[in-house]
Design a protein around this ligand. Structure first.
Ligand SMILES: Nc1ncnc2c1ncn2[C@@H]1O[C@H](COP(=O)(O)OP(=O)(O)OP(=O)(O)O)[C@@H](O)[C@H]1O
Ligand SMILES: [Mg+2]
Length: 228
């Protein structure tokens, strides 16, 4: 079953002379449980596509269905519930809340629903992401890589059906990058999640079930690179 299906999806930022056609008609399908890597040059529309899939922004035209629900038909309130409950989103620039600690940032999607995180799962995430000693720190007391790992934990804490990750290893050294990928692949398998991940790293893209190239606002499918 297709979890995500877009048809002729377009996104235009700005108006008239200043208009930027970030997506020019994207047809994109992701099956349940699939791991799809999205690659492509800077400015090609990768983050824009992920923001539309995650309900963070709305398209200019076309259709976007997640689990057969047309996102453009959702009210703002329904869209915010969709973001919080169905999606785990790792933003390219983290988007942590500056006045909340690491632990509070991670628990945020649940706290907004009046729920408490599963403590064992929270502890496991902190351990695996090498954040245990930083659990009471504020974001401005963290390195870029620690902020990125906090954003990853926040995306996984509620075990969402769909994980959308925008260059989640962009600021990490190879050890932490490998650990994040191992954790992601583990949870995806354990929870049965679908994963769409943007990366500039060919080694990470090669781990996906499928690679999609986005160029100048259009997507082209490609077979996974065979590893030697
Ligand atoms: N909020 C915005 N307002 C105006 N233009 C935007 C906005 N966000 C993105 N753009 C433009 O849309 C195009 C696609 O941007 P996008 O962020 O999707 O690229 P990207 O593929 O994620 O690039 P990168 O690899 O550098 O992160 C770019 O030309 C960018 O300048
Ligand atoms: Mg981007």
């Amino acid at each position: 079953m297709a979890v995500i299906e877009t048809q002729d999806l377009t996104k235009v930022y700005g108006k008239r002379d200043a208009a930027v056609h970030a997506l020019r008609g994207v047809d994109f399908k992701v099956e349940s449980g699939e791991f799809v890597a999205v690659i492509g040059p800077s400015g090609s529309g990768k983050s824009t596509l992920l923001h539309l899939l995650g309900g963070v922004d709305r398209p200019t035209g076309g259709s976007i269905k997640v689990e057969n629900q047309e996102l453009s038909k959702l009210s703002e309130k329904q869209l915010s519930l969709y973001r919080r409950r169905r999606i785990g989103f790792v933003f390219q620039y983290y988007n942590l809340v500056p006045v909340l600690t690491v632990e509070e940032n991670i628990a945020l999607p649940l706290m907004l629903d009046g729920l408490k995180p599963d403590q064992a799962w929270l502890d496991e995430l902190l351990t695996r992401l090498n954040l245990t000693e930083k659990r009471n720190s504020l974001p401005n007391q963290l390195s870029g890589g620690q902020q990125q790992r906090t954003a990853m934990a926040r995306a996984l804490i509620h075990r969402p059906a769909l994980v959308l990750a925008d260059e989640p290893t962009g600021n990490l050294d190879s050890h932490n990058g490998r650990e994040i990928m191992a954790l992601l692949k583990d949870t995806v398998r354990r929870v049965g999640q679908t994963l769409v991940l943007i990366t500039h790293d060919a080694n990470i893209a090669a781990q996906a079930d499928r690679i999609m190239i986005i160029e100048d606002g259009l997507i082209r499918p490609m077979q996974p690179v065979q590893q030697a």
